[in-house]
Design a protein around this ligand. Structure first.
Ligand code: ZN
Length: 139
């Protein structure tokens, strides 16, 4: 049977040897088993974040659309740019959650950390933030 692959989070070194430290940069190596366990944690946390923020978006969207109706018990007092800002933040958090889910699923499948997916998803998160800022500056 083949040894489990261990990999280094810092320099992407990979080995099938039972080493506990990276021979290149001295960081502790993570075994495929550990990486997969972390992957599950990422998927669970990311999924929770997405579900929670999704629900919050629906609730707040509902409050905003009912504001001004007679008999509305909760009212949204901000302007459209506040609404855009709030949804920008939600989009940001949701994309971070999605990054965790996708990155975690990748780790579970391959037993290796994947920096590329994380970088791409965090890039998306920054784009969301910039869009939120841009919308906010249009008043
Ligand atoms: Zn290393």
């Amino acid at each position: 049977m083949m040894n489990e692959i261990s990999s280094c989070y810092r320099c992407d070194f990979e080995t099938g040897e039972p080493l506990s430290q990276c021979p290149r940069c001295g960081q502790p190596l993570r075994s495929a088993k550990t990486v997969r366990r972390l992957g599950w944690a990422l998927v669970a946390l990311g999924g929770l974040l997405v579900v929670f923020m999704g629900a919050l978006t629906v609730v707040i969207g509902g409050i905003m659309s009912r504001t001004g109706e007679p008999g509305a018990t909760t009212r949204f007092t901000g302007g459209p740019e506040d609404a855009a800002f709030i949804f920008g933040i939600f989009g940001l958090v949701i994309s971070i959650g999605l990054a965790s889910v996708v990155g975690g699923a990748w780790q579970i499948k391959y037993g290796k950390p994947n920096k590329k997916i994380m970088v791409v998803m965090f890039g998306l998160a920054i784009v969301f933030l910039l869009i939120g800022k841009l919308v906010r500056s249009f008043d």
